[in-house]
Ligand binder design. Sequence first.
Ligand SMILES: [Zn+2]
Ligand SMILES: [Zn+2]
Length: 415
Amino acid sequence: MTITIHRGTHQIGGCVTEYEQDGWRLFVDYGEELAGGPKSGVLKVAGLTHGDLSKSALFITHYHGDHIGCITQLPAELPIYMGEVGCQIQRVVSNYMKSKSPVHQAMLERLEHVRTFKETERLSFGPFQILPLTMDHSAFDAYAFKISAGGMSVFHTGDFRLHGFRSGKYEKMLQTLVGKVDYVVCEGTNVSRPDASSKTERALQQDFETLFRENKGCVVYLSSTNIDRLFSLYHAALRAGRRFYVDEYQKDVMDTVVHSGSIWTRSPLYQYDGFEPKVLSYHKYKENRFFVADSFKEALAKYGYVLIARPGERFDDLLAQIPVDKKVLSMWRGYLKEGSEAYNEALARALEEDFEYLHTSGHCDMQELPKVFAILRPSAIIPIHTDHPAAFERLFGSEWPVVCLHDGETFEPKS
Ligand SMILES: [Zn+2]
Ligand SMILES: [Zn+2]
């Protein structure tokens, strides 16, 4: 089996990896390049974007735009595989977004033909055996793949972390279901922060609960598909005795997880605790505005609230009509960096000057990463999804051989 990283050896967004065996090609991910990051532009890859596709398939690790965002550009006959629940969540997102962006209408149509798999459901494709394993990440139903073919095995990590609610299971899972592999194709997003250890999602939840107890009206801005954070906030709000409000779309996203049947949803984290999140009502006569009823205002005054908001006029208008004690940003701070490509003006406007920042990374920190290598004991590690592969090599190279590739370069293991 050979490994070619078409994109992602020197950048975080838009990774595309190809595994090839006997003329069969298994691709992993086909997403967008990150705003503000380097750009390689449109890819041309035989067996993926054009040419003979009869021995090709694409596997998607998770629904973040930098992994799935460009699948609408691929030929319709290319088979695409994705986790079942992740696919359902993407459908809810695209359905909501389709009126704002035509790409999402195309995405909905493409998702109709996506083949889905479940956690630990072994799949085969040509000479490839694929074992999908869910990893803890800021996307729900995010997968790593153990890929075996021609007597060689690779663990393709996808995006993951070891400080989330679900991370406790990774050690046993890797030991029992994966074990030693020949190579690890490993994400290295946080390589530029080698000494930073990430706050755990549980500790962050505690911080939120304290903030909710101390402040009667809290508004939190976070990614609508950061499922673990959403449910964490929901339970923290209830524990603090506050009511939890979301809009219809956000409730749809949460319901999709609750009713998904994923084995993870056996955890109380993904269950509604008696009181379901309350859904904000729309105004009957004013288009795209929430309705602020007297009874709603009275409930806010009586119980206090935690409200999940998104940047934009609808929420700005609502917040102007209710008492707000704290605004919280619970996602990457880079969106507020004025002048950068990632700058989100609506978010900056919504947050104003005075807000709390409570967030933890969706990616593994470098101090914990060696724990994964110690279980998988690879002959070499190939960094991907990183803007600094040389730093990755400096960090781990003394203990584990690190192979730094360039985009499009093919790695042929010595037999
Ligand atoms: Zn991701
Ligand atoms: Zn990513």
